[in-house]
Design a binder for this molecule. Structure first.
Ligand code: PMT
Length: 399
C-alpha cells in the first residue's frame, strides 16, 4: 500500500530504538522508500550502519556532516517526504517539537516539513504520564501531529505501565492509515452508543450505572478518523464531543431506544457500547420523595432491549456489534447474547478485572464472532482498543 511513498523514519534515543530496525524493514516490504534520520542519542542504541543496510539509503545523524548532494539536507528530506514516523519518540523530541526547538537533523527536518507526522512515544511510564509530556502531546495533537498510544506492559526499566513502543506491525498499520488517501470507512455511516442510562425515580434521583462513556467515545472518535459519518447516541457523561461526530444526548433507555431506532435504518455499522439499564422504576414520582417510612420499595419494570430489537430489524449488509459486561461466566453469557440478539460480533469484557470495563482508561476484551471464532486481546487503552475493534469490523464489512 505504500508503493513509491517516501517515508522518513526518525529514531530517537530510547531502548526501543532496536524495534525501529524491524519497522524500517517492514516499511520497505510495503515498497516504500525509507530514509532514516537518527538523533545522536539513538546511535548509542543502534548503529547508523544497521539502518543504512536495512533502509538501503545513507543515514542522516549530524547536521554538520558533509552533505551527500548540494541540497540542504534537512530541507531536501522535508520536501521529498510523503510522511514522517518517529519511533521511538522520546520525551525530549516531543518537548522540542512542541516548543519549536530545532537543534539537530531530526528536529530541524521536522520543523521544515509539511508532510504528515506520526509519533510513537516510548519511555518510562511516569515520564509518559508526566503532565508536561501529556501537555506537549495535546499541543502537538491540536496542531495536527498524530500519536500512536504506547502499549502497556513491563518496561525495560522494570516498571509496569504504559510506555512500550507498539509492535512494528502496528506502527506500519498506523503509517498506512496516515498516508492512505482513501480512508477505510469513507462513505459509511456508523452508529455508536455510549455511556449509561439514567432511570428516573423522582425529579432528583435516578437508577444509573458506572459507565463513563470512554469506550463508546473512543469508538466514535476512531470511526470518524477512519472517514465514517458517525452518529453517537450518548447517555449523560462528562466527556467532550469527539471531533467530527454528531452527538445525540439522551437520558433513559427509552430515549436511547427512540434515538437509535431513528438512526439505525441508514447505518452500515452499529456498535452498542452503552450500558443500558435493564429495568426502570414503574412510575417516576412527580415530586421529590420525602424521607418518611423506614423502608421504601421501588417496583421496577423491564426496559426494552434495544440491541435485541436491532437484531430483529437488521437488513442484509448491516453489521451489528454488541458489548457484554459480565462478572462471571464471561464467554457463556456473551455467546448467549451474540446468538439471541443476532449480532455479527460481541465484545466481551469481564468488568470485575482491574483495568477492564466501567470507568477504566483501559480494557481487556475477548471477541466472539457469529461464525464461532474467538479472539482474545491484551489489556490496552480504550483508544487503541477502539482502533483494533474497527480494523476487525472493517474486515467483517468487506466479507
Ligand atoms: O463507558 P465505560 O466506562 O468506558 O465502560 C465501558 C463499558 C464497560 C460500559 C463497555 O465496555 C460495555 O461493556 N458496554 C456494555 C454494557 C452492558 O450493558 O452490557 P450488557 O451485557 O448488559 O448488554 C449487552 C448488550 O446489549 C450491550 O451492547 C448493551 O448496549 C445492549 N443492551 C443491553 C440492555 C438493553 N436494555 N438494551 C441494550 O441495547
Amino acid at each position: 500500500m505504500l508503493t513509491g511513498k517516501v517515508i522518513v523514519v526518525g529514531v530517537t534515543g530510547g531502548i526501543a530504538a532496536y524495534k525501529a530496525v524491524e519497522l524500517v524493514s517492514r516499511l520497505r516490504k510495503q515498497q516504500a522508500e525509507v530514509q532514516v534520520i537518527m538523533s545522536r542519542g539513538a546511535t548509542n542504541f543502534v548503529t547508523p550502519l544497521t539502518f543504512r543496510e536495512i533502509s538501503g539509503n545513507p543515514v542522516v545523524v549530524d547536521m554538520w556532516d558533509e552533505p551527500k548532494s548540494w541540497n540542504v539536507e534537512h530541507i531536501a528530506l522535508a520536501l521529498r517526504a510523503d510522511g514522517f514516523v518517529i519511533a521511538p519518540a522520546t520525551a525530549n523530541l516531543i518537548g522540542k517539537l512542541a516548543n519549536g526547538l530545532a537543534d539537530d537533523s531530526l528536529s530541524t527536518t521536522l520543523m521544515a516539513t509539511t508532510a504528515p507526522v506520526l509519533l510513537a512515544p516510548a519511555m518510562n511510564s511516569n515520564m509518559y504520564q508526566n503532565p508536561i509530556v501529556q501537555q506537549n502531546i495535546a499541543k502537538l495533537t491540536a496542531l495536527g501531529y498524530r500519536f500512536l498510544q504506547p502499549d502497556c506492559g513491563m518496561l525495560a526499566c522494570g516498571v509496569e505501565g504504559p510506555g512500550r513502543l507498539p509492535e512494528p506491525e502496528r506502527i506500519v498499520d498506523a503509517v498506512i492509515e496516515l498516508l492512505c488517501p482513501q480512508l477505510p470507512l469513507a462513505g459509511k455511516k456508523i452508529l455508536v452508543t455510549a455511556g449509561g442510562t439514567r432511570e428516573a425515580i423522582d425529579p432528583v434521583r435516578y437508577i444509573g450505572n458506572r459507565s463513563s462513556g470512554k469506550m463508546g467515545y473512543a469508538l466514535a472518535a476512531a470511526a470518524a478518523s477512519f472517514g465514517a459519518e458517525v452518529v453517537l447516541v450518548s447517555g449523560p457523561v462528562a466527556l467532550d464531543d469527539p471531533a467530527g461526530v454528531r452527538v445525540i444526548r439522551v437520558e433513559s433507555a427509552q430515549e436511547m431506544m427512540a434515538a437509535v431506532l431513528e438512526e439505525f435504518p441508514g447505518s452500515d455499522i452499529t456498535i452498542k457500547a452503552a450500558a443500558v439499564a435493564d429495568y426502570r422504576p414503574q412510575t417516576a414520582a412527580q415530586h421529590k420523595i420525602k424521607k418518611q417510612a423506614e423502608q421504601l420499595t421501588l417496583v421496577l419494570e423491564k426496559n426494552p432491549d434495544i440491541l435485541a430489537e436491532l437484531g430483529q430489524r437488521k437488513q442484509a449488509g448491516q453489521l451489528l456489534i454488541g458489548f457484554a459486561a459480565e462478572t462471571q461466566e464471561l464467554l457463556t453469557h456473551a455467546r448467549g447474547k451474540l446468538e439471541r440478539k443476532r449480532l455479527d460480533m460481541i465484545v466481551a469484557n469481564d468488568v470485575s478485572l482491574p483495568g477492564a470495563g466501567f470507568n477504566s482508561d483501559t480494557n481487556i476484551v475477548k471477541l466472539l464472532y457469529a461464525n464461532g471464532h474467538q479472539e482474545d486481546l491484551p489489556q490496552m487503552d480504550k483508544q487503541s482498543l477502539a482502533i483494533e475493534l474497527l480494523k476487525r469490523i472493517i474486515k467483517l464489512a468487506e466479507k
